[in-house]
Design a protein around this ligand. Sequence first.
Ligand code: MEV
Length: 306
Amino acid sequence: MPIPLHPRAEACGKVILLGEHSVVYGHPAVAAGLPQGVCLQAVPREHAKLPISLSIPQWQLELELRADSEHPVARACLEVLTHCDGPVTGWAITGTTCLPARAGLGSSAALTVALARLVLGEHADLDELVDASLAGERVFHGEPSGLDSRVAAQGGVLRFVRGAGAEPVPLAGPLPLLLIPSNIPRSTAIQVAKVRARLERQRSVITPTLSALGAAAEASIRALAHQDLTALGELMTIAHHLLGAIDVSSPALDALQASALAAGALGAKLTGAGGGGCLLVLPPTDPSALLTAFATYEPLLVEVHP
Ligand code: MEV
């Protein structure tokens, strides 16, 4: 018999409302979990010594988790399983997901948290899940802040500070959000390195820019508590420009952001690491003009609940 796994586990995707990148430097961020991000199911393979197989058709992922594999997903998954004292052979794991991969919606954190839950169970301690997920996330992203893993494990809308965990953010009502995929893939590690390089070159300018991003996240908590969507939208738009100033936007994202505002968005910004990925839009009460303007991008309308 292989070391046991639970038969099924889930984790959330995430959307960062405010505070990406500045969170790496200790400023607060606000993010929401996207329910049913990744769902994994495990069944024993015919022999306990066979490598673990992992199949996630929506990501065109078909892998065997072999110790000598160079595939980052295989390496990350083995790190997570080893961290949790879980099995490293003997299981077939299949996954389903609605999250596009590498689009800034926390796909890798959702995968690594769901995998840790297969070992530790659905009632596992959140800190333990986050630590296990981070063992895998480091393979993908270098030194992540832990925000994505925390939201993947905990869900809801969270205020997160690196090293200090997360607390739920009260919402006065449901929050509709529109996610517009730019269809440009990007690497979080490269984006984080670009910010670090600009900070090192222009410390006296970039340090207050990072603080302003943190202040926008803090101010968004007040806006959410009062359902003040005008203020929230303005903060998102300001954040987009500050993120441009720290070198993580792109001409394509800037053009999408301007089009969203022209089509009536209350606010719009890149979300996640930037460089590509998704544009996050706060729609007006009637989002139809926005949905029409971006129909070819197949936008995703989600509602975040208190
Ligand atoms: C990536 O989803 C969020 C970043 O702030 C990186 C991190 O928090 O580790 C860009």
